[in-house]
Design a protein around this ligand. Sequence first.
Ligand code: SAH
Length: 340
Amino acid sequence: MAEANAAYYTKKNPFEDFITSPEISQIFGELIAVWTIMVGRSIMEKMPQSASFCLVEAGPGRGTLMADILRVMRKAAPDLYTRCKLYLVETSPRLREIQRITLKDHEAITVQWLDSVYELPEMPMVFLANEFLDALPIRQFVKISEQAWDEIYVQDGMKIKEIVERCPESPIFHRPVAIGDVVEICEEGQAIIAFLGRHVSKHNGAALFIDYGYAQPVWGDSLQALAEGKPVSPFIEPGCADLTAHIDFCSLAEIARNTGATVYGIQTQGCFLSQLGLMARAQKLSAHANREEQQQIQAAIHRLIAPEQMGTLFKVMALCSPDIAEPPGFMEDERNNDYG
Ligand code: SAH
């Protein structure tokens, strides 16, 4: 899965196959900018005026989200804008080049590309990742008896089921899984969350993850593939389709808590964006728009927060240093979704 996705993101234009929130509407990035500014202020409050912080995005795609964030920051929080050092964690050389072009108006900011989060400097940071975790490889296991698990994998084009001597570490193996059930674990995602939990706790900061997945301790086979905008078998020619799996936010939250970080969420995207002021922003944009643009804004909002669209399936989780104030967007109440 790792190799197939690396080939896919290097060769293909993923945005022909799927559309992500920042590509749906600028409002998404503007609201994440509000989040970044509020959290950034809380982080920098106790730091000297001259101190800088890292603004990090993992898997920035075309750079659209970061461009919207920097545009808002430059205007609404110029002090934070000049104090941030930008790090983009991206493995695809093709997408790195597109990101460089998207962000070219921000020559005042130093940008550095990294291959992995483990290279991040030991500094205060605001870390953002939208649809990054779901691109990381998973392993699948099926419970065959009270004590034993088979691993399911592909080798030389063959689907293999093989008993495992020792299951990898994951909270999911401690759940009441029935015989015959499939569970998935994302070791890379778990390791990244543990690293970032320790990082924000030790060096002051916050990390925000938005992705589709489970907020409850549920499981099952969620591996899927998209090619040319349509679902296909994950086993068609490797590198031709985007392979993803649902995120087990419950396990990730447990791992993060064990590092000392304070975990907020797991919130739905609909509630999160509504609490950040989605409707007010949409109304403001609509006031200056013609009829057709107003309809586009309406359609974009629907897509981002309606429960049957991305509003409920997409979840939001933040890991924060225990020293910072509660970040916005995590009040627990479904009524906070403007879509009702
Ligand atoms: N966040 C963007 C793009 C999501 S697509 C958006 O919302 O539009 C996934 C992104 O993660 C792509 O930029 C892809 O190249 C990157 N990516 C995938 N696997 C990665 C890995 N192991 N390390 C770093 N980046 C990765």
